[in-house]
Design a protein around this ligand. Structure first.
Ligand code: TRP
Ligand code: SF4
Length: 329
């Protein structure tokens, strides 16, 4: 029996952080390791251009460093197909055909579109390409006839739109596409070191690559329970981001102990953070080893990507034969 195919992508933003690791990326690795799925993961570099069109110089390198982080985190090119969107030109053709059948109103009412436009005021996002972002995403997904799309909640509207577009294609022409499901990841709410959402653009992230001194320094500046001003004040771990991280990186026994000791002012934040930094450093060691290896063997990264591109292209070509036949073009 053929394994169900799943597909997901990330825009190449450069180095990944622990928020990414405990969110999408960790889930990708788990799905791969479950052995139940045929996994396709790709670098959405064309999607990056929708918002970065005026400064595209980093997109290529960011894609390569992102793939290094993927492999470091445990994606295995023998088990999963890793590829780059722009290397598979068929995505552009399917995008074009889907754009013919996608009502403008579906795109204009997309909540992500409205939010991004409101948020990224420094960029002019009133472009055709940015409005069509979800159509390109739909092409990415249905090209591989994916059964499932592992994403975070923020991507739900896009997957929903993909489903509608797939159904519309099937209705207008021929039943070519399965309607994909979103595979939602429950993500622990990890904040950045300044207490805001961990994001590259806030400069508050702990990166997969952070280690040793650098890691200790960053963690030492983390926001804690804001009510705990002095060492002798009791703290409240429930509202402390350091404690949330302990939940992921320290043993259950230690976590219980920290909880009690924090509330009784038995432990100070400095020591609590030191422990956390040590535990993260230790947990990340295998990731850092793989990262060092690939950084010294960059040609292997290019090989992995090239092989993935070839595998993806084979499927994309087959799909496009069916699509052209269905559209009668
Ligand atoms: N929009 C996704 C993001 O910003 C990236 C993406 C592009 C994607 N195409 C996709 C995700 C297809 C899943 C499937 O994270
Ligand atoms: Fe947070 Fe630890 Fe300080 Fe408690 S002791 S407030 S859990 S950093």
């Amino acid at each position: 029996m053929a394994r169900k195919r799943i597909l997901s992508g990330m825009r190449p933003t450069g180095r990944l952080h622990l928020g990414n690791l405990h969110g999408a990326l960790g889930n990708w690795v788990e799905l791969q390791e479950s052995g139940n799925y045929d996994c396709f993961y790709f670098v959405a570099d064309w999607h990056a251009i929708t918002s970065e069109y005026s400064s595209t110089e980093c997109i290529k390198d960011n894609g390569v460093s992102m793939v290094i982080d993927w492999l470091a985190a445990g994606l295995d090119p023998v088990k999963s197909t890793l590829f780059v969107q722009s290397a598979v030109k068929e995505h552009a053709e399917l995008f074009l055909l889907l754009s013919m059948i996608t009502p403008l109103a579906w795109l204009q009412r997309n909540p992500t579109y409205k939010e991004m436009q409101a948020e990224l005021t420094s960029k002019d996002l009133s472009t055709f390409g940015f409005l069509g972002y979800p159509v390109l995403q739909a092409a990415d997904i249905i090209m591989y006839k994916a059964y499932g799309v592992p994403v975070g909640v923020d991507q739900l509207p896009h997957v929903e739109l993909t489903r509608e577009i797939a159904r519309r294609f099937n209705f207008l022409y021929k039943d070519v596409f399965p309607v994909p499901e979103a595979l939602l990841t429950s993500v622990p709410k990890l904040l950045g070191i300044d207490g805001r959402k961990m994001s590259k653009s806030y400069d508050n992230s702990i990166y997969l690559s952070d280690r040793g001194e650098e890691l200790h320094r960053k963690i030492s500046t983390m926001f804690t329970d804001p009510q705990r001003m002095r060492r002798k004040d009791p703290g409240n771990p429930d509202i402390c981001n350091v404690y949330t991280f302990h939940g992921l990186y320290s043993s259950p026994g230690k976590v219980t102990e920290i909880n009690a000791e924090c509330r009784s002012a038995g432990i100070g934040c400095t020591d609590c953070k030191k422990m956390l930094a040590q535990n993260i450093d230790a947990a990340m060691q295998p990731i850092h080893e793989r990262m060092d290896y690939y950084n010294n063997h960059i040609t292997q990264i290019h090989d992995v990507i090239n092989q993935g591109n070839v595998k993806a292209t084979v499927i994309a070509r087959q799909t496009m034969v069916e699509v052209r036949e269905a559209v009668k073009i």
